[in-house]
Design a protein around this ligand. Structure first.
Ligand code: ZN
Length: 228
């Protein structure tokens, strides 16, 4: 039986130069035992990973800013594997762009209402700066999502919000989207890669995080599944 989907990788590879929220090194591999030092016949390399929980393409669970909110391990697979829509704002993307509700209305005029239970990605094109961490971080100036836009997504009963920047909020705005969205028990995926390869709708995403107990954030392998 052949797999009925085309698979699109929406995940950045983690490296020591991965852009991080604070600008420092957010990911590090340490070799604890190397092939040449291994006493057994079969030689092993054993690594330890040190990283920020919120590094690379990653998920924010409600507990990221809501005390007693759901942790990463509490998120239901039914919401993490979901129908997906991509709202492309890349033509107008700049560091001061705030994505307003009109973008959703424009999308829905063509594609129909965003379905309840779905994951919505805002594609801004900012991921083109991914390999230039300073430019990507840009002193916390990057395309972001307006509070009213987040409210409209909640009205539509969307369960996950993705964006190809460090955050749907610029710190100067006071993190309204994270507060609202995580407060509603929904999840956010930041630093989405390769969303330009996705159609506007009619496909699924899987956002599968490391299942960490009491985790507030965790790296995900985000994958798009497009019906063949
Ligand atoms: Zn985060």
């Amino acid at each position: 039986m052949s797999f009925p989907f085309r698979i699109i990788d929406l995940t950045h590879t983690l490296t020591p130069t991965t852009p991080s929220w604070n600008g420092g090194c957010g990911f590090h591999h340490e070799i604890k035992l190397d092939y040449k030092d291994c006493a057994t016949d079969v030689k092993f390399r054993v690594q330890q990973i040190k990283m920020h929980a919120g590094i690379g393409t990653h998920i924010d669970a409600p507990s990221h800013c809501i005390p007693n909110g759901k942790s990463v391990a509490d998120l239901e697979l039914q919401t993490l594997i979901a129908p997906c829509s991509v709202i492309d704002v890349s033509k107008d993307a700049c560091e001061s762009l705030t994505i307003e509700p009109g973008r959703i209305h424009d999308f829905e005029k063509i594609q129909g209402l965003l379905p309840g239970g779905s994951f919505v990605i805002f594609y801004t094109g900012w991921d083109k700066f991914w390999t230039h961490p300073e430019r990507y971080r840009n002193n916390y100036r990057f395309p972001s999502v307006g509070k009213k836009t987040a409210e409209l997504l909640l009205e539509r009963r969307v369960v996950g919000l993705g964006i190809d920047t460090l955050s749907p909020d610029r710190p100067e705005d006071g993190f309204p989207v994270q507060r609202l969205w995580l407060g509603a028990g929904c999840y956010i995926v930041e630093n989405v890669a390769n969303a330009c390869a996705l159609p506007p709708t009619g496909f699924y995403t899987c956002a599968l995080p490391l299942k960490t107990q009491e985790g507030t954030e965790a790296p995900v392998r985000l994958v798009g599944l497009i019906p063949k």
